[in-house]
Design a binder for this molecule. Sequence first.
Ligand code: 15L
Length: 269
Amino acid sequence: MTARILITGAAGVVGTLMRPRLAAENRVLRLLDIAELPAAREGENVELVQASVTDMSAMESAMKDVDAVIHLGGHSLENPWEQILQVNIDGTHNVLEAARRQGIKRVILASSNHAVGYVERATGEAGDYLFPRPDTYYGVSKVALEALGSMYADRYGLDVIAVRIGSCFEKPRDVRMLSTWLSPDDGARLLEACLAVPSPGFRIIWGVSDNDRRWFSLDEAKALGYVSKDNSEAYAAEVLAAQGDIDPESYALKYLGGVWCGPDFDTAV
Ligand code: 15L
């Protein structure tokens, strides 16, 4: 049977990286974004929907005949509170509520390391289910996303996995990302595990590669079947040569959320 997976925020950084990687036989990717999506390539099994996660009726329509949702939509950086509230928090509520109304059992939510950004590296390995320490309004919205996911799992029996993504880019871009990097291929492996695992209930997992410099637990992700095959160490020499030595006491390295925790990172916008 062909499965149909809805991906919100499909035109964003992570969505664009996942689009080719989540393509599979007997699978249709329904790609949704407020921005225009690149047209389907020849043979690509996709359906394109231009809509906002803030539009409840559009979300309900987008979920017709869908088997699982990967919710990447929303602002991926800090924004004024009203924007974060409307797009990230109300938007996530719409996604979960539309999924419930359409009888969709599984929703995978893109959370972020910034939900726990003020956790200090000195406290040791960052475990799964760390208590929220958001570093920005954006981080607060990811805590709300996790809370909404938990409620929809407990109250309505959905399977919801919130992935606290580290830094998902083609390559690690700085010294901090040598710890937080999630390679795009590992990102796809992680999402495939989240789609395949039977009856996970509600989970919070870390979305990082098995980097030598990782200080995040992969226990819960591995329990779902994730096997990381990438390691940022392959880029370490290049990154260190470009960035030089970084003071371990600087915001960039002291806190999990990096410079997002610093006074120069303006959240009062
Ligand atoms: C995030 O949550 C952001 O969406 C992304 O742009 C990166 O900045 C990432 O965190 C990070 O912390 O590296």
